[in-house]
Design a protein around this ligand. Structure first.
Ligand code: KIV
Length: 271
């Protein structure tokens, strides 16, 4: 029987068991109560309150502007909706890079004010001291390597990372460093599938991929992309399960028509 089916509440321990059992982990982002209710009821294992909220909820070009309080607002809405999934919240840009004390304070604020279960942060060896400090407070930490959107101005593009040998070697070292520091899982974003598979085989903690191929322990997508609410964003790794942009556009157009033509409301739709 699958680990997934038996579990009433997903914990970091359950994710480790899934990896051991060879059962893939499903993860999606959510940022609000209503969508999180649906995603959780469908049986997702992990909900990420991603700093991609900066893009898809607030319309910023990058993830950099979103604040700690805004992340807490999104995370607490999600927490109120969820019964089963593990809820992980991104530490936003500028709230953990300064030093490990700042990282700990930011992580504590998120956990205390949102009620989420874990935090995620971007980076390799340069953030291991912060990870260890956050763990001293009993807060589980998820790592994030490869394309790390908070460093977009260093990279300059959203292209595939670690294609060259030197960067691939550094990524493998970073993955080991994150495992050693105590991360319960790692996200690998937009790197060659072969490299991601190698990392997943070399480390014991779950590796969740986005644009990292099928050889890892689980997959994550941004909810708005996966249901086709976003229109312009079409990377190769994205599978769209719905075309909600078109469906909502059509529904709104029909509503406008019905209001203008006085078809809505009809006799049965009034008091
Ligand atoms: O913020 C986010 O949505 C993420 C995922 C892309 C992994 O970090």
């Amino acid at each position: 029987m699958s680990v997934h089916k038996e579990v009433k509440k997903v914990t970091t321990h359950v994710l480790q068991e899934m990896k051991r059992a060879g059962e893939k982990i499903s993860m999606l982002t959510a940022y609000d109560y209503t969508m999180a209710t649906i995603v959780d009821a469908a049986g997702i294992d992990v909900i990420l309150v991603g700093d991609s909220a900066s893009n898809v909820m607030a319309g910023h070009e990058t993830t950099l502007p979103i604040t700690l309080d805004q992340m807490i607002y999104h995370a607490s809405s999600v927490v109120r909706a969820v019964d089963r999934a593990l809820i992980v919240v991104d530490l936003p840009f500028g709230t953990y890079q300064g030093n490990s004390k700042e990282a700990l304070n930011s992580a504590i604020k998120i956990m205390k004010e949102s009620g989420a279960h874990a935090v995620k942060l971007e980076g390799g060896q340069e953030v291991t001291e912060s990870i260890q400090r956050i763990l001293t407070a009993g807060i589980p930490v998820m790592g994030h390597l490869g394309l790390t959107p908070q460093s977009i101005y260093k990279f300059g593009t959203y292209n595939v990372r670690a294609k060259e040998e030197e960067e691939a070697k550094k990524l493998i070292e970073d993955a080991h460093a994150l495992e050693k520091a105590g991360c319960f899982a790692i996200v690998l974003e937009k790197i060659p599938a072969k490299l991601a598979t190698k990392v997943a085989n070399e480390i014991d903690i779950p590796v969740i991929g986005i644009g990292a191929g099928g050889g890892v322990d689980g997959q994550v997508l941004v909810f708005h992309d996966m249901v086709g609410l976003t229109k312009e964003f079409s990377p190769r790794f994205l599978r769209r399960y719905l075309n909600l942009y078109e469906e909502i556009n059509t529904a709104v157009g029909k509503y406008i028509q019905d209001v203008k033509s006085k078809d809505f409301p009809n006799k049965d739709e009034q008091y």
